[in-house]
Design a protein around this ligand. Structure first.
Ligand SMILES: *Cc1c(COP(=O)(O)O)cnc(C)c1O
Length: 479
């Protein structure tokens, strides 16, 4: 069994196995004709059930053969131009190369003595990111598993900086379109169930700063503590960016912690043409970025950045076996002192390889392309009488719904749109997402693939209209 351990003696087998795996995936990517096969859990369940984990196949070729039917054949492929569903991106090759290297070397970024250069590479990328944001000389941060963890850590720091023992008095302000991880974090941080004050959005799905101002005044009048204001720079549904300068001004007035959730919008940091959309982000106390959304990185790659690196001490705990107190005095760089995780992937290497090969402009141009595509898609939808489109996109999402020509009930329209989404998924021809707007069922394109064309969008809109019309036709016949 030692032949399966990766070391000097098995280098040749490592090379062969990984090459074989890479070749299969490359062949798969080349032969994929649709983003999905439409397989159902009922179809695939028995295939996975039939695998006996106590009877190993013994070699990687056999395991790869098996992988074809249990995974590769029916996976959802984000590189396909008609995958328009969630915030998943096709990945860039330098990042995938980084992924292969980091898992083989298997550094763990908790302490210097488990990562050495990896720690310094991560630190340099944190500095690069805080530099792009403009957080100033004392800024710092750490890579995390995703935006959810980044938001949790940012709000932990905000809670500690609020300096009150009465957690029931703390309030977090975020827009009604903010990510649900804000609410989840509040619960995990022991705040009350009414801790998150939801601020309504305007027509363009951006936080109404006038209402925020009123809510902050009410909070103060009631003797409550405004712990944090969470501005979203790229809402998950609409890609809308809250008015950051106006929010920053209110933060100054009320002394709260300003967190900017740029999980989605962070791609603008590298954009050669759209960086100005993030104006005001430099005034944040903390920022969430998801490189695995708009930097074309494989999952996972995310970071939380802070203006004042000293605040990261709220996540610092010492263990004699890992990062004893003396290591601080000895200036040994242990990233675990800044992280909620202990053992931690060297995800930073993927971004490193990306920047070293393509440069920031290269990545930013890809994000620009999908934002341009969204603008064209908006024009298409706005001119199409079959569809109602919600807002002109600032980033790369389009939220819309099919509206039948004949008069039907609002419930029928909801059901027709939901049916269209499900039917499309079952056909595998394209994948789109769904959401609700004012209680009604809508559909959503999240455009993150520069290979997607306006013609793809038009073709998918025709498919959706076809499914919706068919549904309504059948419903009317049976009614
Ligand atoms: C995706 C997203 C998150 C959560 O990030 P994960 O990486 O999925 O944990 C948080 N905030 C916003 C605005 C997001 O779009």
């Amino acid at each position: 069994m030692r032949s399966h351990l990766l070391n000097d003696a098995t280098a040749e087998s490592y090379r062969r196995s990984v090459t074989e795996g890479v070749e299969r995936v490359a062949a798969k990517l080349a032969s994929t004709r649709s983003p999905f096969t439409g397989v159902t859990p009922a179809d695939l369940g028995p295939v996975i059930d039939a695998v006996d984990l106590d009877r190993p196949l013994g070699d990687s070729s056999a395991a790869l053969d098996e992988l074809e039917s249990v995974y590769l054949r029916d996976a959802v492929y984000f590189h396909h131009p008609r995958y328009l569903g969630h915030l998943n991106c096709p990945v860039v090759i330098p990042a995938v190369l980084g992924e292969a290297v980091l898992s083989a070397v298997n550094s763990s970024l908790d302490t210097w003595d488990q990562s050495a250069g990896g720690t310094l590479i991560e630190r340099k990328l944190i500095d690069w990111t805080t530099g792009r944001i403009g957080l100033g000389p004392a800024a710092d941060g750490v890579f995390t598993s995703g935006g959810t963890q980044s938001n949790l850590q940012a709000l932990l720091l905000a809670r500690e900086e609020a300096k009150t023992d009465d957690l029931s008095r703390l309030r977090i302000f975020s827009s009604e379109c903010s990510h649900f991880s804000v609410q989840k974090s509040a619960t995990l941080l022991g705040l009350g169930h009414d801790a998150v004050v939801s601020i309504p959005v305007d027509r363009n799905k951006r936080m109404q700063s006038v209402v925020l101002a009123a809510e902050l005044a009410a909070c103060r009048a009631e003797g409550l503590v405004p712990m944090a204001i969470v501005a979203t720079a790229g809402t998950t549904d609409f890609g809308s960016i809250d008015p950051l300068p106006e929010i920053a001004a209110l933060v100054d007035e009320y002394g709260a912690w300003m967190h900017v959730d740029a999980a989605y919008g962070c791609g603008l940091l590298a954009s050669p043409t759209r960086r100005h959309l993030l104006e005001g982000i430099e005034r944040a106390d903390s920022v969430t970025v998801d490189f695995h959304k708009s930097f074309f990185q494989p999952v996972s790659s995310s970071a939380v950045l802070v203006r004042d690196g000293a605040t990261l001490r709220h996540a610092t705990y010492h263990a004699d076996y890992l990062n004893p107190r003396r290591t601080v005095a000895e200036q040994i760089p242990n990233q675990v002192d800044k992280s909620l995780q202990t053992t931690r992937r060297f995800d930073a290497l993927k971004l490193w390889m990306t920047l070293r090969v393509m440069g920031a402009d290269g990545v930013g141009q890809l994000f620009d392309e999908v934002c341009d595509l969204a603008a064209e898609g908006f024009a298409l939808l706005a001119a199409d009488p079959r569809y109602d489109v919600v807002v002109e996109p600032q980033l790369s999402t389009l939220v819309y719904r099919y509206i039948p020509e004949a008069v039907t009930s609002p419930e029928d329209i909801d059901r027709a749109n939901l049916h269209a989404r499900k039917a499309l998924f079952a056909s595998g021809e394209a994948v789109v997402a769904g959401t609700k707007v004012d209680g009604r069922q809508y559909l959503k394109f999240t455009l993150l693939n520069p290979e997607t064309t306006v013609a793809d969008i038009a073709a998918v809109l025709d498919l959706i209209a076809g499914h919706a019309e068919q549904y309504l036709g059948e419903t009317l016949v049976h009614a």
